[in-house]
Design a protein around this ligand. Structure first.
Ligand code: CP3
Length: 405
């Protein structure tokens, strides 16, 4: 079991109210062996704002805010390269299949007990450096009553796809206190359980969510989406704007409840040419990322097939740019410049090759990542259902061992 999860389950680590209420106190679990500044001034100021917004100063959260994952995202020195996997919770794990049996995917996302358990499963099994909140990019739409279902082996399917302005009425403004109370509850439980292990909150970028809403379901070429973007740009922009507000609210509620990092998933942005991305999509993603800038947690911006978009995705307001396996991390870093950390980028399919191949490729990714100002190890896209959990655990061990400073 992962140290910090064990630690937080230990009553001794559960600091009493007097310790928790001592601003500026020095909790024993704060790592001290890392040289260099604890955090940049700007981030420190913003973090104070986040703590104030939440109304408490929580030493466990402070430890997560000083974890290797957060430090790498801020381009600060780390003890080892932090590692987690996109889609690490889910069908690759037998314990997930067990708790999900008979519960539809989106129903499970609305139940804080299940969300907490499923989020912790990969942390216990893999000893990764972060947890990712178990949810889905379409959960905010579900929370405001949009008719959506996740069909097994298909993906999100919408009953009323967006085709004209009247279809936008289903995307009403969100009341975070009312509509997202299940998120606040689950994140609160989770940060208590996770202790010094940071929780990554996430949301879907407007384009990726819009593509499901416009197509009605998953799509290979995003033809209806592009037809609206180019043929009815005002309708497309109005939809993107509503989705940006919704995603911003989703990220915000997760951070305010205790998430230490957020990731904006624009999985399908790579379908766009840079000029179309810049004109029709980037301003809306920038709105989402700007909407949480005051909270001071690092923002990861990820997409697939985005080699040509990397500088734009960085400039949209990221601290870390997620890179798929098509561009080596040192080249990705060269494209976006020294002001950003990178995340990635082992080809997920490599996980099905013999172990010596995996090992060589992991070392290659670490070597290329070491030439960027900050590196978070991940796959170039998500864990797939047939991946062997034991091999993922071995990759985590190797990353920690090979990158120990
Ligand atoms: O990463 C994690 O472990 C956290 C949970 C998470 C899920 N979806 C759970 C999930 C995250 C971060 C997502 C994001 C998401 N959802 C994205 C962006 C990430 C990416 O992979 O590019 C996208 C495009 C979606 C939409 C979506 N939801 C798809 C394409 C699917 C797969 C459908 C299928 O069955 O093949 C889903 C369903 C989904 N989301 C599952 C999980 C664990 C599987 C559903 C199940 O277990 O029944």
């Amino acid at each position: 079991m992962h140290d910090s999860v064990t630690e937080s389950l230990n009553p001794a680590a559960d600091l009493g109210p007097s310790a928790a209420e001592t601003p500026g106190g020095t909790p024993a679990d704060k790592p001290t062996e890392v040289p260099g500044p604890r955090r940049s001034d700007a981030a420190g100021t913003a973090e104070t704002t986040a703590d104030t917004a939440a109304g408490i100063w929580d030493p466990r959260r402070d430890a997560a805010a000083d974890s290797d994952l957060v430090r790498a995202a801020r381009r600060e020195p780390v003890r080892h390269t932090p590692v987690w996997f996109m889609r690490m919770a889910g069908r690759s794990l037998p314990e997930y299949k067990k708790v999900r049996a008979g519960v539809p995917m989106l129903d499970s996302c609305l139940r804080p007990d299940l969300v907490t358990e499923i989020t912790l499963q990969p942390v216990r099994r893999y000893g990764v450096d972060a947890a990712i909140f178990f949810s889905d990019i379409v959960v905010p739409l579900k929370a405001i009553g949009v008719e959506v279902e996740i069909v097994p082996n298909v993906g999100p399917v919408f009953a009323n796809p967006v085709r004209d302005f009247s279809d936008l009425d289903q995307i009403r403004p969100l009341d975070p206190a009312e509509d997202f109370s299940f998120v606040t509850e689950a994140v609160g439980q989770l940060v208590g359980e996770l202790g010094a292990t940071p929780l990554i909150g996430f949301g879907g970028a407007p384009f990726t969510v819009a593509s499901y809403l416009i197509e009605g379901g998953p799509s290979k070429n995003h033809e209806k989406t592009k037809a609206m973007m180019l043929g009815a740009p005002e309708l497309f922009a109005a939809l993107m704007d509503r989705l940006a507000d919704l995603s911003a609210a989703f990220l915000r509620v997760q951070i305010e409840a205790g998430a230490s990092v957020v990731q904006l998933f624009d999985s399908w942005a790579g379908a766009l040419a840079p000029r179309d991305y810049e004109r029709y999509v980037m301003p809306h993603s920038a709105k989402v990322l700007a909407a949480v800038a005051d909270l001071g947690v690092p923002r990861i911006h990820f997409g697939v097939g985005t080699g040509e978009l990397l500088p734009l995705m960085a400039a949209a307001g990221a601290d870390v740019v997620g890179v798929d396996w098509r561009v080596p991390l040192d080249e990705a870093s060269r494209r976006i410049g020294p002001d950003y950390a990178v995340q990635g980028n082992l080809d997920p399919s490599v996980m099905f090759a013999p172990w010596p191949v995996i090992e060589a490729r992991v070392r290659e990714v670490l070597d290329e990542g070491s030439r960027a100002p900050g590196h978070i190890f991940n796959l170039g896209h998500g864990v797939t259902p047939d991946m062997d959990p034991d091999r993922l655990a071995r990759v985590v061990e190797l990353v920690h061992e090979a990158s120990a400073r």
